[in-house]
Design a protein around this ligand. Structure first.
Ligand code: ATP
Ligand code: MG
Length: 420
């Protein structure tokens, strides 16, 4: 062990488990790439105000969880706690919305940072894959994103997840509801922190998981009863499109999500095998966010799925992903001359696209064969001085144990043929 350890609330991805993370990212990205979403990458930190204005001053993310710091030059930055605000900022900066091809559809994958109390499924550094469709108001886009996330989870083999769906209304109907809810909440027995929340962001009180709070929320006014006709029709259309696509969901009137920028459609993917950190992903429509960060009106919708929790969900369901073998051929040289010749052959095989590894540091036959075994290679390629004198290398089938000589000159083709 070194003097140092990974910081609290973080962990390292190490082979072979790290392969699962790559596979999960790839599985989430695949349906997006197949549906017109282009890849975007933004910096790991941004101007802190992007998040305080975009995500919202009163949210947990901004008020408690942000890694904010000042640079030597006096600029106030924050490690990104989420992706949407950065992606929208980047799209606006590049004028993607002015190219006349709306919606702008983007996907991303990366690391996010939140100063949280570490526990299983909740880390200070975690990884998300996300998607945003910017600049169009169309219920088919909301449905598309939910369908693609569902497809991603299903291709991974997950089945014990549920989709929770709600509408948060828009700038017409939500304020009316907000007032009604605030009036109701002011009459409850709440602790000081929660009473403050009632004043700043009453909808988020609905999200409080504590039984003392939930008990009192029975009879609270429901947003559903306050939705304006336009929001109602929009939501109904999203629901119908999901149903037509065979994607099951549950209406959840208390789903408000932790971010201020959501309007209309909001949704969360929860997995029943994860205990209290059950949200594997979530998202929604954010029609007002662009204006909040100084841009034009650009109604948009998006989601982010947590890679760490998706891996935990796979484990909870006992799913072993079929990961491609990392090494097909493992070369074992016996002696100095063989080392040079086989190293050359290894390079040729790699250039021909065959996953090949090599026994380094002059290991003896026994140790080298152990490494070949451990590598999971289909074939071991063994050669000593006598083989080279005859112009051959020995190809050993690691499953059957059978060994046969192959002419060195056609070794690459012969091996490719056998692997095909
Ligand atoms: P939670 O309710 O669990 O705090 P959240 O609402 O803060 O989740 P989002 O901001 O919607 O989560 O982020 C989307 C996804 O990113 C979550 O569903 C989750 O899978 C993942 N995620 C969020 N925070 C963390 C974290 N601290 N550690 C690991 N994954 C996280
Ligand atoms: Mg959170």
């Amino acid at each position: 062990m070194s003097t140092f350890q990974a910081p609290k609330g973080t962990y390292d991805l190490i082979p072979p488990e790290s392969a699962k993370y790559l596979a999960v990212r790839e599985a989430i990205a695949a349906p997006l790439k197949n549906s017109g979403y282009g890849y975007i990458e933004t910096p790991g930190f941004e101007n802190v105000e992007l998040f305080s204005r975009g995500v919202g001053e009163s949210t947990d993310i901004v008020s408690k969880e942000m890694y904010a710091f000042e640079t030597k030059g006096g600029t106030k930055l924050a490690l990104r706690p989420e992706g949407t605000a950065s992606v929208l900022r980047a799209a606006l900066q590049a004028n993607l919305h002015k190219l006349g091809n709306l919606p702008v559809k983007l996907w991303y994958s990366g690391s996010y940072y939140r100063y949280e109390r570490p526990q299983k499924g909740r880390y200070r550094h975690f990884s998300q894959v996300g998607a945003e469709a910017i600049g169009a108001e169309d219920p088919a886009l909301d449905a598309e994103l939910i369908i693609l996330a569902d497809q991603a989870y299903r291709t991974l083999g997950l089945s014990q997840f549920r989709i929770l769906l709600n509408s948060l209304g828009d700038k017409e109907c939500r304020p009316v509801y907000r007032d009604a809810l605030q009036g109701f909440l002011r009459g409850l027995e709440l602790d000081e922190d929660t009473r403050r929340r009632v004043e700043i962001n009453p909808l988020r009180v609905l999200d409080d998981k504590r039984a003392v709070v939930q008990k009192q929320l029975v009879g609270a006014p429901l947003l559903r009863d306050y939705l304006c006709d336009a929001c109602k029709a929009y939501h109904e259309e999203v629901r119908e499109l999901l149903t037509a696509a065979g994607v099951a969901y549950q209406d959840d009137e208390k789903l408000v999500r932790g971010l201020d920028y959501y309007t209309r459609t909001t949704f969360e993917f929860v997995h029943d095998g994860l205990g209290s950190q059950s949200a594997v992903g979530g998202g929604g429509r954010y029609d007002g966010l662009s204006e909040m960060i100084g841009g034009p009106a650009l109604p948009s919708v998006g989601w982010a799925l947590g890679v760490d929790r998706t891996v935990l969900a796979l484990e909870a369901e006992g799913i072993e992903l079929e990961l491609p073998a990392t090494t097909s051929v493992f070369a074992v040289p016996l002696g100095e001359e063989a080392r040079r010749v086989l190293f050359g052959l290894v390079t040729e095989l790699r250039r021909a696209g065959v996953a090949t590894d090599f026994s380094y540091a002059g290991k003896g036959l026994k140790g080298a064969m152990k490494s070949a075994n451990r590598s999971g290679a289909r074939y071991a390629l063994v050669a000593g001085e006598r083989d080279l004198a005859e112009g051959v290398v020995q190809l050993k089938d690691m499953q059957s144990g059978e060994q046969s000589p192959v002419a060195l000159a056609d070794a690459v083709d012969a091996i490719r043929e056998r692997l095909a």
